[in-house]
Design a binder for this molecule. Structure first.
Ligand code: GDP
Length: 195
């Protein structure tokens, strides 16, 4: 995809009305620090469009990036801070739940996990929750540059098994340092959006 324009069009807080877009939406979810902002920035060839997600206690928002007036990237708030308060966790759940239930344009949810580690309990819950909502999440295994090439298949299996995904589940290894995986992810996005 040749990126001609990209802008942060809408930022939604807990009480915001979510926009009803008429373009396909691609959502990104994952625990904080997994590399979600880095992935989004890499995909749209920008250095710091998506800011590194929330720190504990920071406002959580759903950010809609308009790409080429052709599709939206929907950046869901990061989860999984050990110190997150119960109130914030509940707000987070409500926001994401509302988005998953109301979006009519959501074509795929990318769930990001760190390729080095076994998925956490939060990752697993997130995966199950998306499946419960009728989605078939696609996994992006981030920080690919941090493991040896010979270990990739082993780690992919560890992630699939750990998160409870079936063998047919798609998983894209990706590195924002080397950009490995970027073309494959864009190909997939274009296919699901019919672009
Ligand atoms: P977010 O909280 O999920 O948005 O995560 P960020 O994109 O801000 O990344 C968190 C940290 O991981 C930052 O220090 C990034 O530089 C680093 N990081 C993100 N992606 C990669 C990657 O592919 N490879 C490596 N080595 N580091 C990464």
């Amino acid at each position: 995809m040749i990126i001609k324009s990209v802008n942060l069009e809408t930022v939604c807080g807990v009480r915001s009305v979510l926009p009803e877009n008429n373009k396909p939406e691609i959502a990104f979810a994952g625990k904080s620090n997994v590399g979600k902002s880095s992935l989004i920035n890499s995909l749209v060839n920008r250095k710091s469009l998506a800011k590194t997600s929330s720190q504990p206690g920071k406002t959580q928002t759903i950010n809609y990036y308009n790409i080429n007036d052709a599709l939206y990237f929907v950046d869901l708030p990061g989860y999984g801070f050990a110190k997150t308060s119960a109130v914030l966790r509940e707000q987070w759940g409500k926001m994401v739940d509302r988005y998953l239930m109301s979006s009519k344009q959501l074509k795929v949810i990318f769930l990001l996990v760190d390729i080095r580690h076994e998925p956490s309990q939060n990752d697993k819950q997130m995966y199950e929750w998306m499946v419960y909502h009728g989605f078939d999440p696609v996994i992006i295994a981030t920080k690919l540059d941090k493991i040896k090439r010979s270990q990739i298949n082993k780690h992919i299996k560890m992630i699939k098994d750990g998160i409870g995904a079936g063998p047919e589940t798609k998983i894209f290894p990706f590195s924002s340092l080397t950009k490995q995986g970027k073309d494959e992810i864009w190909e997939y996005i274009e296919a699901v959006c019919g672009l």
